[in-house]
Each structure stands twice: as C-alpha cells, then as structure tokens.
Design a protein around this ligand. Structure first.
Ligand SMILES: *[C@@H]1O[C@H](CO)[C@@H](O)[C@H](O)[C@H]1NC(C)=O
Ligand SMILES: *[C@@H]1O[C@H](CO)[C@@H](O)[C@H](O)[C@H]1NC(C)=O
Ligand SMILES: *[C@@H]1O[C@H](CO)[C@@H](O)[C@H](O)[C@H]1NC(C)=O
Length: 199
C-alpha cells in the first residue's frame, strides 16, 4: 500500500517537474550592467506551436547611446556562433537554448562590460516553422535598453523589503518578550495566591 502510494507520488512529481521544464516564460532582460563585469543580455521568445517542427536563427544588433544606426554584432545558427563586430570579439558567449535548432532562449553573455556598451540592443528570432506542405517564416524582435554603471545600485523595492523583514523580526521578538513577562507575572501571582490560601 505504502509503496504504491510512494510510487504514485513520485510519478506525479516527475510529471509536474517535466511540465515546469517544458514551460517557456518570456522574462524581460535585466537592464543594468556593472562596468568590468559580465552581463547576460536576455531574450526569450516562446514558440506558440510546440508541435510544429522549426528552425531558428538568432541575430543581435547594437545601437550605442547617442548613435542613430544599429550594427550587427552576433549571429547564432545551428549551434554555430559568430561575432560580427570587432568591438565584441572574444567578449560574447552564447547563453541561450542548447542542443536544439528550435531556440526559444536567445540570450547572450557579454564579458568585460565597458561604458561603451551603453545603448540599445535588439535581438531577432528568425523562425521557420516547417509544415508538411509549406514553411512559415515568423520574425520576432525585442529591445533591451542597457545602462552601464560603475557599481551595482540596489532597487528601492529590495531595500524596502529588507527593512520590512527586520521590522517584522524585531516586532515579533518584542511581542514574544511582552508575552513572556505577562505570563510570568500571571503565574507568579497565581503561585502567591495559592501559598496564601494554604497558610
Ligand atoms: C552564460 O555564459 C557565461 C560565460 O560563458 C557563463 O559563465 C554563465 O554560466 C552562462 N550562464 C548561463 C545561464 O548559461
Ligand atoms: C576581461 O577581463 C579579464 C580580467 O580583467 C582579463 O583577464 C581578460 O583578458 C579580459 N578579456 C577581454 C576579452 O578583454
Ligand atoms: C570607448 O569608445 C571610445 C571612442 O570610440 C574609445 O576611444 C575608447 O577606447 C573606448 N573604450 C573602451 C574601454 O573600449
């Protein structure tokens, strides 16, 4: 009985985990990089027709702050990456989907960020959906506005939540202390009363 329940439970778990992995979420990229560090330029485009086979080529373009035109910096096609701009030579690693022609995550990782990397990045998903009788081309593009800072700044939200955490912890401890004093007084009063009655 117990064994079969365990088996069922682990089966359900496996199914659940599987579903989680299969799910694709179009999370927005971070937009603040720290100079001298690496930065992941995120770009996710979920494929809506998961049952249809497809291939996908990813391209990244960059428009430095104050410039008008985008320059081509990176291409990823059939597992092969090529860096198209000398400013980015040896500085870009693939951070997207692996082992698949059917890319949903086209993120790249830029090493040694400099202030010159400030600007707008655009990624393109050039997806070809392969149907039995025809092919359908679907192009999706996304923008990332990157700001480079000397030191990481913390979002106000995270500071507020940390302060709230301390307030809560201290509040709970004070409450516990008051409760203990109250209980102690009550117990000792009851004890004295009992002694008086016994006398
Ligand atoms: C992205 O690439 C960088 C550099 O190769 C690596 O250190 C990092 O672990 C990668 N991250 C992911 C999520 O693949
Ligand atoms: C990136 O920075 C590291 C440490 O400062 C350095 O060793 C490396 O050569 C740099 N790489 C590039 C491509 O500039
Ligand atoms: C940033 O760009 C300026 C002007 O193009 C160039 O002189 C400088 O060397 C660049 N700095 C870095 C760290 O690449």
């Amino acid at each position: 009985m117990a064994a079969s329940q365990l088996l069922l439970l682990s089966l359900l778990c496996t199914l659940f985990v599987h579903q989680c992995h299969a799910a694709c979420a179009e999370v927005d990229s971070d937009t603040e990089a720290v100079a001298g560090k690496g930065f992941k330029l995120g770009c996710v485009s979920c494929k809506l027709r998961s049952e249809v086979e497809s291939t996908c080529v990813i391209e990244w373009f960059f428009r430095p702050k104050g410039e008008v035109d985008f320059v081509h910096i990176y291409t990823y096609s059939s597992g092969v990456a090529s860096i198209e701009n000398e400013e980015f030579i040896d500085r870009v690693d693939w951070n997207g989907s692996r082992m698949s022609n059917d890319i949903q995550d086209g993120s790249i990782y830029v090493l040694n960020i400099t202030f010159n990397d400030t600007g707008t990045y655009r990624c393109y998903f050039n997806r070809v959906l392969i149907y039995p009788n025809h092919e359908y081309i679907n192009i999706v593009s996304k923008l990332v506005h990157l700001n480079v800072v000397a030191k990481a700044t913390r979002g106000t939200a995270s500071i507020v939540s940390e302060v709230m955490m301390y307030v809560t912890i201290i509040g709970l401890q004070v409450w516990l202390l008051i409760e203990m004093i109250y209980c102690y007084r009550k117990i000792s009063a009851a004890g004295e009363e009992a002694l008086r009655e016994a006398a």
